[in-house]
Design a protein. Structure first.
Length: 662
């Protein structure tokens, strides 16, 4: 990074700055330089007591209830040169204001009176003293206004120094500029500071990489595009859930680009000092313009790019709003340049200001979604490079990334990286020399369900109830066509749950009513199983009922899948509904919605009870095995219920049909 030439100018003290410094010193001297009188010679009580007993003093004056000024007789000074040698020496050298005076810190009136009383009792002579309150009108004024004046002068001086050092443009003036708050803490990557992350390290994200690579190619070979009349894009916004690799993709751009790459977080623009954020934006783009063509990356841009008028913006003078306005101006303002591409990342695109998202600023929005099956395989391959794995394909503990990718639907890239790391830790705890398949499964269970709590004490009745509850979920999900099939079920407490079941959801792009209704039915199966077996229900189905209710509400109010409400959606994709004061439907419609949600949930509950009653023997067998073994897998369920007919290959289905006909 090139040095800031303005910051390297030699600093020259201006006349006004010198005047301010002199005034500051004078005010400090008047405030803290003493009580306004000439200094005296201090003395302790051990030396003062003999003087009082010999009556060598001429007068005693108590000043401001703090010190006692004791004037010594001149003949005593001449007579006793041993005791008063210091006063004699000062008088002969002509030091002003100290001839014949001692000062004694009295502490309090009562204490000083008691000391004098003891001397009077010893000598039999009365000792008198005067009391004076000495003050200066100027000092009283300075005591009242002095701290404020000192703060103003200090701020003025520092502001002048900072403006001079930063070229006189006022960027980051005041305290913020003096302490470096107005300067951006940008990190630059170029030929002198290499970044090791490249596109080879980014698994999956094929579409996102293609678009970003086009931007990098544009910067490397601009003539290839400009010959056809094309213009370089102003900005690229990476949008997606947390952990999907937005920042990693930006790091890969830094590693691949043959141009300077500036990186900064959105939160670094926001400070408590007004004007610092806008100053940092200007400083960032000033540095980028010197190195253009280049790329500027702003991570978590929602910290500074929130929509104005809501989400915490207080008004036109708000610090964040001024920072956002400066960012808008720099990206596509009156004097904007075309050689800087702004790359930004966020998982909250819905809260960004519309002016930031318009064409000409962020021309492209790239959606970085959760990885699908094939992308999860590639991500596992990347994060398994440094692990010592069991590579024996004949072994039951062989680590197959295809199998692991199927076991982790809905996992982001960060989640998969965490699974690989957790698997290595699990293997290390067991003193293994290799990471095996079971270690990965334990890691998935740990991340999804939480840590096992075998120390939690359950009664025998509670354990039976949990076994039937989880068996109800597993049975109905196995028997329904569109429900998610079971992978593993356990009654060992994990996290807050007393039991847990893992399912393998089908990865769909669209979902039908039948598919969502089957999922609701499997959710209600736990409570249905308890009622069938014990004739009573428990609180263990709280999470199941909550999820089923929300799913039914979404069917009615969002997806328009209720015949009573009709093809109407009350979903607001703009996010404005949270600021609305009234519901977007009438009271009569609200009653209809409540009635439809209740109907769907009750129908799902009734269907679950019907299925479990029909297969009561299999339910009892499954619950018994789960109670004994505590953990069951898909194979155990298949032995009890048989294979799911819709999951069998077509050839096997035809063979089964022929055998039934025979």
């Amino acid at each position: 990074m090139q040095p800031n030439n303005r910051g390297n100018k030699p600093f020259k003290m201006r006349p006004m700055t010198i005047i301010y410094l002199v005034l500051l010193v004078v005010i400090g001297f008047l405030l803290f330089g003493g009580n306004g009188s000439a200094p005296k010679q201090p003395i302790t009580w051990d030396k003062l007591q003999p003087i009082l007993e010999r009556h060598d003093y001429e007068s005693i004056t108590v000043v401001n209830q703090e010190v006692a000024e004791v004037r010594i007789k001149s003949d005593a000074v001449k007579r006793d040169t041993v005791t008063y040698g210091d006063l004699r020496t000062r008088t002969m050298t002509g030091q002003p204001g100290v001839q014949g005076y001692y000062t004694y810190n009295i502490g309090t009136y009562e204490h000083f009176d008691n000391q004098l009383a003891r001397v009077e009792e010893k000598t039999g002579e009365y000792i008198s003293y005067k009391i004076e309150n000495r003050s200066s009108a100027w000092k009283e004024i300075l005591v009242f206004f002095g701290p404020l004046l000192m703060l103003i002068f200090f701020f003025w001086i520092m502001s002048s120094i900072t403006r001079r050092q930063m070229g006189g443009d006022g960027n980051g003036g005041g305290f913020g500029g003096f302490f470096g708050m107005g300067r951006s803490n940008v990190k630059q990557y170029d030929a002198t500071k290499q970044n090791n992350v490249t596109f080879k390290d980014v698994a999956g994200l094929a579409g996102a990489k293609e678009e970003v690579m086009e931007v990098v190619d544009f910067l490397k070979n601009p003539k290839h595009y400009t010959d056809l009349g094309g213009k370089i894009p102003k900005g690229v916004l990476l949008v997606g859930p947390p952990g999907t690799g937005k920042t990693l993709l930006a790091k890969a751009v830094a590693g691949e680009a043959g141009v300077p790459f500036f990186s900064m977080s959105g939160s670094e623009f926001v400070e408590m000092f007004v004007g610092v954020g806008a100053s940092r934006v200007r400083s960032l783009f000033d540095e980028a313009k010197k190195k253009s063509p280049c790329i500027v990356f702003i991570d978590e841009i929602d910290a500074v790019g929130r929509a104005r008028g809501k989400g915490g913006f207080a008004g036109s003078n708000d610090e964040r709003e001024s920072t956002l306005n400066q960012l808008l101006t720099e990206m596509d303002g009156f004097s904007s340049t075309t050689n800087i591409i702004v790359l930004a990342a966020t998982n909250r695109a819905d809260v960004l200001d519309k002016a930031l998202l318009r064409a000409g600023r962020f021309d492209r929005q790239i959606y970085v979604e959760l990885p699908d099956l094939e992308e999860r395989k590639a991500i596992f391959a990347v994060h398994m490079k440094n692990l010592k794995l069991n590579t024996d394909e004949k072994s039951e503990e062989y680590v197959d990334k295809d199998f692991l990718a199927k076991q982790t639907p809905g996992f982001s890239g960060a989640d998969i990286a965490n699974v690989c790391n957790e698997a290595a830790l699990v293997a290390a705890r067991k003193n293994k020399k290799q990471v095996e398949k079971q270690d990965f499964l334990d890691a998935v269970d740990r991340i999804v369900g939480g840590l096992e709590k075998r120390s939690k004490v359950l009664t025998d009745q509670e354990k039976h109830t949990i076994a039937y509850h989880e068996s109800g979920h597993a049975s109905v999900s196995w028997l329904l066509r569109w429900a998610n099939p079971l992978v593993k079920v356990t009654i060992v407490p994990r996290g807050k749950a007393l039991g847990a079941a893992w399912y393998l959801p089908e990865e769909r792009q669209i979902t039908t009513y039948e598919q969502m209704f089957d999922e609701m039915t499997s959710l209600m199966a736990g409570r249905a199983s308890e009622e069938i077996v014990y004739g009573k229900i428990s609180t263990g189905a709280l999470n199941d009922i909550e999820r089923a209710t929300k799913m039914a509400q979404a069917l009615v109010t969002y997806y328009g899948m209720s015949p009573e409400v009709g093809n109407i959606s009350f979903y607001d994709s703009t996010g404005q509904s949270e600021y609305a004061f009234a519901k977007p439907f009438s009271e009569k419609t609200a009653e209809t919605i409540d009635r439809e949600v209740r109907r769907m949930v009750e129908e799902a509950y009734a269907k679950a009870k019907e299925l479990l009653t029909t297969h009561r023997e299999q339910l009892d067998e499954l619950a018994k095995q789960l109670y004994d073994k505590e953990v069951l897998f898909r194979e155990d369920l298949e032995r009890i219920y048989g294979p799911r007919p819709w999951e069998q290959p077509e050839e096997q289905k035809e063979d089964n049909q022929e055998s039934k006909e025979e």
